[in-house]
Structures are given as structure tokens and as C-alpha cells.
Design a protein around this ligand. Structure first.
Ligand SMILES: Cc1cc2nc3c(=O)[nH]c(=O)nc-3n(C[C@H](O)[C@H](O)[C@H](O)COP(=O)(O)OP(=O)(O)OC[C@H]3O[C@@H](n4cnc5c(N)ncnc54)[C@H](O)[C@@H]3O)c2cc1C
Length: 348
């Protein structure tokens, strides 16, 4: 049996960001997750409070949360050795006035070119998700296995895997859009059952299509600056509510590629693209479910589109809760799912 201060189930961005935050604060952390790609690994890695708040027309308190997490990223990236690149993001064409109004409403700096109908913000940034996951996992004990069951024995949680049992007084669930693990308390199972899968298809190519992030209705194009596709680009991403199938659907991929050519303002041409799929978990109100659910059990779940952006905020909130500090930010309280009149976010 492996013993630890804290065991975290899940090695996506929420699991590993929380693990890194806790390790840097001096806790001994063990992460349990199979060695398979997560939604986090296929993501574009845009840290994009300005564009995301504008595109989704978020309420001001939610946009402020995105802004806060973007600020936390600067320190978090330095502490974990992640290469976070400031990168302009540009909205082109249809809908530009709507996006600009939202940026004004949320007080994000931007510039507008009326002639080309483009809007640019320097508030957003970008990272490479696979490299960032590796960096966050440094110095952390990792068990490459699925957690098959959990149970509470005395003042400890036991996590049962095919590679043995892990024991810790504190357990964090960061299992993305996956089903509830056997042995969880009923209320926690009900919270997890409320998570909605949202499939995202994304293409990656070795061709450089743009040096910064371009966005429009129907597609975005972002540069890839690390990993095997360094020097290439990503084209993303669909939002398919209720879909869990990881097999890319070529009709949707072709439609997204057509939207990307239109965004780039060039004629469609043959291009080699590898299409990938990731399943995001979304709460019913679109905001993550984060915090203490009792008896040394914590959740970090369901960030929908902005898991990378929100990771430092979520990790620092969980560290505070695990260390017994009072938490003033109750917006992400997972119990709101059990009491729908208490929803604080927005509907996806
Ligand atoms: C195509 C696409 C593009 C995206 N682009 C962006 C972007 O640019 N910016 C941004 O902020 N967000 C983006 N996102 C969203 C972001 O990727 C997600 O919000 C985020 O990855 C969710 O992270 P997570 O840790 O909650 O879940 P996941 O990444 O799904 O990780 C869940 C982890 O739990 C593990 N797990 C599940 N069940 C068990 C079990 N029983 N035992 C052990 N381990 C288990 C899994 O193996 C995995 O390691 C994108 C998503 C997609 C799909």
C-alpha cells in the first residue's frame, strides 16, 4: 500500500495543477490516472479570458474570475516552469461588433480596425498543453492506473487500483467527464452524475497558418510552438453537447476546416491534418465544481471550455480549502448542483 498526504485521481489539467500547487506548498501528493490522453492533452492551450468572456457573453462576475485566473497564470507558470507565451488574439468578420461590445463591458483592452473589421486583444496568452502537463507532474508520485473503487477507513481514504491501494487522509477527484467511481458518497455521485459531456474536435497540422490566434464564428486557428507539431497550427474546436464518441466525425471536421479557410481569407486547398477528439465535462451552469464535499474529500471537476485558463484559480482555491483556510469565493461550490435554485454561473 502506498501512503501519501493527499491522493488525487485524474491527471488532466485540474488534477496536475492541483498536485503542483500542493507539492509547491510542501504537501506529499500521489496522482492516480491511466497513461492515456485526457481532454487536457488535446486542448489548444489558449489562456483566453478576453476572447472567452466576449464570445460566451459571460456575466461580469464570471469574466472577473477568468481575469483573476489569467493573472494567477503568470506566477503559476514561473513556479512550475511552464512556457506561457503572451499572444495577441484576433476576431475577424461576422460578429465583431458583438465581441467588441462584450470586451468593453468586461473592461478588456482591445483595438478595432474598422476597415478590415478585425478586433485584437493582447490580454490572452497561450501554452503547449502536453509540455505543461509534464511540467506540472514533475516531482509528483504517479500511479498509472484507473481508480476502480474508493472507500473511507477510519480517517483515511483508500483508492483501489490494479497497481495496488493508495491511502491518504485527503482525496481530490479530478476525473473530468468520467463516471463516478464506486464507493463515493451518494451526494458526490449525484454531483458527478450532473456533469454533461461536451465533445471537442480539433485538427493539428505541420503547416503554419498564422503567427497568432485567429478566431471567428465556426473555427479558430492557433499556432503550435512546441512538441512534434512545433511550427504548425491547430484548427478548432467543436462544442458537441452530449457526445462522448472519440472517433472524429469527418463531416464536422470538414465544416470546421472550411470555416478556418474563410477566417484565413484564402481559397481552400489540400492540407494534411490529424484530427483529434477530447471530452470536456461541463456542469449544468457552465462553471467548474470545486471544493470540499466532506470527510476529507474534494472535487475539481467540469470546467467546460476553460479548464486550462481556470486551472491556477482552481488549484489555489483547493489548496486553501485543504489547508483549512477560509474560502471567500463560493461561486464554484459543488453543492449548487444539488440545489438548482442556487446556480451562480451561466448556462452552456
Ligand atoms: C478540443 C479542445 C480544445 C480545448 N481548448 C482549450 C483551450 O484552448 N483553453 C482552455 O482553457 N481549455 C480548453 N479546452 C478545455 C479543457 O481542455 C478542459 O476544460 C480541461 O482539459 C478539463 O480538464 P480536467 O482535468 O477536468 O479533465 P481531463 O483533462 O478530462 O482529465 C481527467 C483525468 O481523469 C482521469 N480519470 C478519469 N476517471 C478516472 C479513474 N476512475 N481513475 C483514474 N483516473 C481517472 C483521466 O484519465 C484524466 O487523466 C479544450 C478542450 C477540448 C476538447
Amino acid at each position: 500500500m502506498t501512503s501519501s498526504d493527499i491522493v488525487i485521481i485524474g491527471a488532466g489539467v485540474f488534477g496536475l495543477a492541483t498536485a503542483a500547487e500542493l507539492r509547491l506548498a510542501g504537501h506529499q501528493v500521489t496522482v492516480v490516472a491511466p497513461d492515456t490522453p485526457s481532454a487536457s492533452a488535446v486542448a489548444a492551450g489558449m489562456i483566453a479570458p478576453a476572447m472567452e468572456a466576449a464570445i460566451d457573453g459571460l456575466p461580469v462576475h464570471v469574466a472577473d474570475m477568468l481575469k483573476m485566473s489569467r493573472m494567477l497564470w503568470d506566477v503559476f507558470a514561473t513556479r512550475t516552469g511552464i512556457d506561457l507565451q503572451d499572444m495577441p488574439a484576433e476576431w475577424r468578420g461576422e460578429g465583431v461588433e458583438r465581441v467588441m461590445l462584450q470586451m468593453q463591458r468586461h473592461d478588456f483592452a482591445h483595438s478595432y480596425d474598422a476597415q478590415t473589421r478585425t478586433l485584437t486583444t493582447d490580454e490572452d496568452a497561450k501554452l503547449d498543453p502536453v509540455t505543461a502537463l509534464e511540467r506540472m507532474g514533475q516531482g509528483i508520485t504517479r500511479i498509472n492506473a484507473t481508480a476502480e473503487a474508493v472507500f473511507r477507513e477510519g480517517d483515511h481514504w483508500l483508492v483501489v487500483t490494479s497497481e495496488g491501494v493508495v491511502s491518504a487522509p485527503k482525496l481530490v477527484l479530478a476525473t473530468g467527464a468520467s463516471a463516478a467511481i464506486i464507493g463515493l458518497p451518494d451526494a458526490v455521485t449525484r454531483i458527478i452524475d450532473a456533469i454533461i459531456p461536451v465533445r471537442g474536435l480539433i485538427g493539428i497540422t505541420r503547416e503554419r497558418l498564422s503567427e497568432h490566434v485567429l478566431r471567428a464564428d465556426g473555427a479558430y486557428v492557433a499556432p503550435v510552438n512546441a512538441g512534434p507539431f512545433a511550427g504548425g497550427s491547430m484548427i478548432g474546436a467543436t462544442m458537441e453537447t452530449g457526445v462522448r464518441d472519440l472517433e472524429p466525425d469527418m463531416e464536422r471536421c470538414e465544416a470546421m476546416l472550411a470555416a478556418a479557410w474563410a477566417l484565413l481569407g484564402v481559397e481552400p486547398r489540400p492540407i494534411e491534418i490529424e484530427w483529434r477528439a477530447g471530452i470536456r465535462g461541463a456542469s449544468p451552469d457552465g462553471l467548474p465544481l470545486v471544493g470540499d464535499v466532506g470527510n476529507g474529500l474534494y472535487v475539481a471537476l467540469a470546467p467546460r471550455r476553460n479548464g486550462w485558463l481556470l486551472a491556477p484559480l482552481v488549484a489555489s482555491q483547493l489548496r486553501a480549502e485543504i489547508e483549512g483556510q477560509s474560502v471567500t469565493e463560493r461561486t464554484l461550490d459543488p453543492h449548487r448542483v444539488l440545489n438548482p435554485s442556487d446556480r451562480t454561473g451561466f448556462r452552456p
